[in-house]
Each structure stands twice: as structure tokens, then as C-alpha cells.
Design a binder for this molecule. Structure first.
Ligand code: NAP
Length: 259
């Protein structure tokens, strides 16, 4: 699996499993199946209310903790110093682990000074509870503010990124500052898997629309975290590397912005 190297030296697999809405046994089954198929990166958040389901899936898979890259997020309502510490402790307890590979600020919150949140995150990183820290839903302006208030490297920005929400400017900004970009909702919550043009292009190549989109993103070194509860889709979404994207597909995907 292709990876991105983070400031701590950790390798972040470029494909992960998204788990938004996957709670209880549905979440556990998706995580266990994904790990069985070879996924080694799970994206969750306190707001998803599924940490325990994720932990059960990991335990059931038998894959050692240290082989899995776990991302969680602190909600925007909990960005005050003390609350970040509580959120991290709760995440570790629920996920049955003594460290997170990456802990993100889920959304910016103008009511809490960024410096306060980053002070807490830096301390948690120093303590070994967090390997790397990052953000989500941050624009370039948010990132500039964040880079000004912390000396701890910001490893990641997780943003909405798909053919109709092309984040090229943000991607270039992040690349220039060694911030890895993760695409969330890469399949437009499933919407693009039935898009007519993509279906035609995919069928002609023995691929699927999901694969074309995911490969387009990983070719830009963007991490993808498609969510699926289907074994077939999970396998398909990982099968991205022994073929190439051609110009016609790439241009079609690049041309979908705002369509
Ligand atoms: N940071 C944030 O604010 C934020 C916001 C939203 C999402 N996220 C993260 O990003 C992850 C992914 O985004 P998402 O859950 O919004 O949506 P998504 O991954 O874009 O799409 C998921 C949908 O696509 C379907 N699907 C997956 N693979 C498919 C395939 N190969 N062929 C056809 N359909 C397929 C799934 O159905 P099946 O189950 O039937 O496969 C599901 O309905 C989330 O789960 C979450 O971890 C983060």
C-alpha cells in the first residue's frame, strides 16, 4: 500500500476506511472486513459515536494494533484546553488503545482561540498519546492562522474533496507546507458511483466509477477514506494500483468541478 510520511515519521496508508454513520454491529463488521481485506487505516471521530464498534472490529480482526493507522477527531464544541484533554482520553479508552496515530480538530471554531486548542494537542503529542496532530475542514486562511500559533507540525487537513469539489488550490498550499490532504466523501456519499459519463468510461476500461475517482485522488497524493459496508465495494476501493488512469478519464474528472 502506498503511504504518506507524516512529521512523526509514521506512514499513513493512502487508502483508509471511512466510518461515518457506521455504528454498532454494522460498524464492527465493516472494520473487521476491511482489515481482513488488507485495509490498515481507519477514520473515525468522537462525533460518529462509533469508537467502541471500531475497537470491537479491530479486536475481532486479529490485526495487531501497531499495524493499524487510527484517526479520530475532537468535536468543534470541545476545543477548549481542558476539553481537548478529556476528548483524547475518552477516545483512547473507547478505542482500546494507548495512542492515536492522528487526532484532528474536526471543524474550526471561531469562539475558541486556536492557540488554546493547539497547546492541548501539543501536550498530548509530547505525552505520547498522539503520534501526529491535524485539522479538518480548514481553509487556507484557517491553516495560515494555525501555522502561526503552533510550532508542532500540522500533519493533515481532512476536507471535502471530490470531482465536483476540486480542492487544487488547498492541495498545493498543503503540499508546500508538508501537510498531507485527506479527501472525505470522495464518492460524494455514493452519488458519483452512478454518474452516467463516469459509468461509461469505467465500463469501457473494466473498472468502476468509484475506482476512477479514487485513483484520480491518490495520483495527486491525496489520502482517500471511502466508506462502505459491502465486501465487494471495500475490495474494489482498494484495487487501485495495478492499472493506470488515462488522459480522457483524468480530463473528465478535472472538468466536473461545479457540474
Ligand atoms: N472530517 C469531516 O468533516 C468528514 C465529513 C464527512 C465524512 N468524513 C469521513 O469521510 C468518510 C467517507 O465519506 P462519506 O462517508 O461521506 O461518503 P463516501 O465515502 O463518499 O461514500 C459512501 C457511500 O458510497 C457507497 N460506496 C462505497 N464504495 C462504493 C463502490 N465501490 N461502488 C458503489 N458505491 C460505493 C457506500 O455504500 P455501500 O456501503 O453500499 O458500499 C456509501 O453509501 C466518512 O465515512 C468519514 O470517515 C469526514
Amino acid at each position: 500500500m502506498k503511504t504518506r510520511t507524516l512529521p512523526s515519521g509514521a506512514e499513513m496508508p493512502i487508502i483508509g476506511l471511512g466510518t461515518w454513520t457506521l455504528r454498532g454491529s454494522i460498524g464492527t463488521d465493516a472494520v473487521a472486513t476491511a482489515l481482513e481485506l488488507g485495509y490498515r487505516h481507519i477514520d473515525t471521530a468522537l462525533a460518529y459515536d462509533n469508537h467502541r464498534a471500531v475497537a470491537t472490529g479491530i479486536r475481532r480482526s486479529g490485526v495487531p494494533r501497531e499495524d493499524i493507522f487510527i484517526v479520530s477527531k475532537v468535536p468543534r464544541e470541545n476545543l477548549q484546553y481542558e476539553e481537548v484533554l478529556v476528548a483524547a482520553e475518552k477516545s483512547l479508552e473507547e478505542l482500546e488503545t494507548d495512542y492515536l496515530d492522528l487526532f484532528l480538530i474536526h471543524w474550526p471554531n471561531p469562539d475558541v482561540p486556536m492557540r488554546e486548542t493547539f497547546t492541548a494537542l501539543a501536550e498530548l503529542r509530547e505525552k505520547g498519546w498522539l503520534r501526529d496532530i491535524g485539522v479538518s475542514n480548514f481553509t487556507i486562511a484557517h491553516l495560515e492562522e494555525a501555522l502561526d500559533v503552533t510550532t508542532v507540525p500540522i500533519a493533515n487537513d481532512q476536507v471535502l474533496y471530490h470531482p465536483q469539489r476540486n480542492q487544487e488550490q488547498l492541495r498545493q498550499f498543503c503540499e508546500s507546507r508538508d501537510i498531507v490532504v485527506t479527501s472525505y466523501s470522495p464518492l460524494g456519499k455514493g452519488e458519483f458511483t452512478n454518474e452516467r459519463t463516469l459509468k461509461r468510461l469505467a465500463e469501457a476500461r473494466g473498472r468502476t466509477p468509484a475506482q476512477l475517482i479514487l485513483r484520480w485522488l491518490v495520483d495527486k497524493d491525496v489520502v482517500v477514506i471511502p466508506r462502505s459496508t459491502s465486501r465487494e465495494h471495500l475490495a474494489e476501493n482498494m484495487d487501485l494500483f495495478d492499472w493506470e488512469l488515462d488522459d480522457e478519464v483524468r480530463q473528465t474528472l478535472e472538468g466536473m468541478e461545479g457540474s
